[in-house]
Design a protein around this ligand. Structure first.
Ligand code: SF4
Length: 281
């Protein structure tokens, strides 16, 4: 992206690119979005651009693939680690950014998990590839809860305050002492997968808070977006004994996967979009 682009030109470009991607995905998948969801998606990109403008304008390499092949798990299985990062070189400094679709509160309260992963990337970049490195950071693209609430309420002043508080960039210190342990724990996961040891979280963990500061449970925030939830015993118990209305509605899905408001909305939106798609062919 040209560094001398004006802000409004970039916002126009984002709107156009967003619409083009939306049209393409709708043609490819036959699935559309409700106008509210589509607008929320565009707002997220625009707000994200405003917050991350300086970093975005200085990205020198995007989607750099870092790999660490030929590692050995505790049970002597060979595995490799691969990750994709963005690199910014500015004013003689080089920073690795790992972009996550998670929200910042979750990342801050589980910082160890993110440190471990970024430390391995930093190790590959700095010590194996002998490249300069001055820092690493996670960029979180999901809105925090207060921005979501302000958007839903439509209160401009509340939104402005929430956007001011939103900090999607979380710096992480490089600690080479942890790299060996992290690679070892990746190897343990490889062994668990290969040995078919798949244990869900406990029901107590699902009932517990999603983050240290949140009053939303792990079961609501994470499991509800998990593709494995229909066959997860812990989630089934969580839903059957849940207090939330949405949790109780969800129980119906066990009996009939084709009912419920969200599906009806999705179906109607898909039908509504057929006319637009035909008009484009
Ligand atoms: S629903 Fe998914 S995320 Fe939640 S405990 Fe089960 S497997 Fe894990």
């Amino acid at each position: 992206m040209e560094a001398n682009w004006k802000d409004n030109e970039i916002q126009d470009f984002i709107r156009q690119a967003y619409q083009q991607n939306f049209d393409l995905l709708r043609l490819e998948s036959g699935i559309s979005l409700t106008p509210e969801v589509k607008r929320a998606g565009l707002l997220q990109v625009l707000f994200y651009w405003q917050k991350m403008r300086d970093v975005a304008l200085n990205v020198s390499e995007t989607e750099v693939r870092l790999s660490l092949p030929q590692q050995e798990s505790p049970k002597e299985r060979e595995f490799g680690i691969e990750g994709v990062v963005d690199i910014v070189r500015e004013g003689g400094k080089t920073i690795i950014y790992d972009i996550k679709t998670h929200d910042g509160d979750y990342v801050r309260s589980h910082i160890d998990q993110y440190e471990d992963q970024l430390n391995v990337y930093a190790h590959i970049w700095k010590e194996l590839q002998k490249q300069p490195l001055d820092g690493t950071a996670v960029i979180c693209t999901d809105f925090p809860d207060d921005v979501k609430e302000a958007l839903t309420s439509g209160n401009e002043a509340q939104l402005e305050r929430a956007l001011d508080r939103w900090d999607p960039l979380i710096e992480i210190a490089f600690d080479r002492r942890k790299v060996k342990d992290t690679i070892h724990s990746f190897g343990e996961v490889v062994d668990q997968i290969e040995d078919r040891e798949f244990e869900p979280r406990s029901v107590e963990e699902l009932r517990g808070s999603y983050t240290d500061r949140s009053n939303v449970s792990f079961g609501t925030h994470v499991c509800r977006n998990c593709d494995a939830r229909f066959s997860c015993a812990a989630y089934r118990v969580y839903v059957r004994h849940g207090r939330g209305r949405a949790d109780q509605i969800f129980e119906n899905y066990y009996n009939d996967l084709e009912v419920g408001e969200p599906l009806e909305e999705w179906r109607t939106t898909g039908l509504d979009s057929v006319g637009d798609v035909e008009g484009m062919i």
